[in-house]
Design a protein around this ligand. Structure first.
Ligand code: CU
Length: 250
């Protein structure tokens, strides 16, 4: 009897460990939506939703992490958790979270890049389509490793020991969101969202963003790695443009 209880306890422990309980910042993963199931022609992305992610409050003073590795070619890297420029919040991932169901979209045809340069990931935040190529490279004269802390997609953890090392990855499932980290330099991380459609982007300088999409009414979700998630509805006509603004409190 004692042996059986021990086995049950072990199974429970394994199940608990395997579940994980979502991302460590409390943002749940998206459900795994089927991809490529819609039939007919692909949707023209002939409408635009654009706007600004405002940052409310006092932006944090830019802090720098002291770097001792000479291969980083820098003595300090900026903290990228909250990046504010011109009153706008950068590195917010924006995506269509409803309204796109049943629409068929073109397969991704471009390759995105994630470079390790100056012992930082560039870009810090990126959004990518399921099946789209991501070229991850090392531009530094030091050893990095690329460690994807996925929960839905297959994880990977590979050394990139030399300048010029390149690895190309694809993500088979939607996942919002996961970090890619370098275990050698513990401040290095990138923040990645994978979507089954091309209706997503990342806010840039000044918090500006633009998403190309088909005409329709959509729920747009905006996610920041530290400041949480917001959702808003927007309607846009074919060949038209609609403004949409968010505001995150620091
Ligand atoms: Cu590194």
């Amino acid at each position: 009897m004692r042996k059986i209880l021990l086995i049950i306890a072990l199974f429970a422990l394994v199940a608990f460990t395997a579940c994980g309980g979502g991302n460590n910042d409390g943002i749940p993963n998206l459900p795994n939506l089927p991809t490529g199931s819609a039939s007919g022609p692909t949707e023209p992305l002939n409408a635009t939703v654009k706007g600004k992610i405002a940052f409310e409050g006092t932006p944090p003073a830019p802090s720098k992490k002291t770097v001792s590795d000479p291969g980083c070619m820098t003595t300090g890297v900026p903290n990228e958790e909250i990046v504010v420029s011109d009153g706008g919040l950068e590195n917010v991932i924006l995506f269509v979270s409803s309204g796109h169901e049943g629409k068929k979209f073109a397969e991704p045809s471009t390759t995105l890049t994630l470079d390790q340069m100056g012992c930082q990931y560039k870009p810090h935040a990126l959004s990518i389509q399921v099946g789209q190529e991501l070229k991850i490279s090392n531009s530094d004269s030091t050893a990095h490793n690329i460690h994807a802390w996925t929960e839905v997609n297959p994880s990977f953890n590979e050394p990139q020991a030399h300048k010029g090392d390149v690895s190309t990855k694809k993500f088979p499932k939607e996942e919002m969101h996961f970090p890619i980290r370098c275990d050698v330099h513990n401040w290095m991380n990138a923040f990645v969202g994978v979507f089954a459609h091309p209706l997503h982007t990342v806010s840039k300088a000044g918090g500006a963003f633009e998403i190309k999409l088909p005409a329709g009414t959509y729920e747009i979700t905006a996610v920041h790695e530290k400041l949480g998630t917001q959702k808003q509805m927007v309607t846009v006509a074919a060949d038209g443009s609609s403004d949409l603004n968010f505001s995150f409190k620091g």
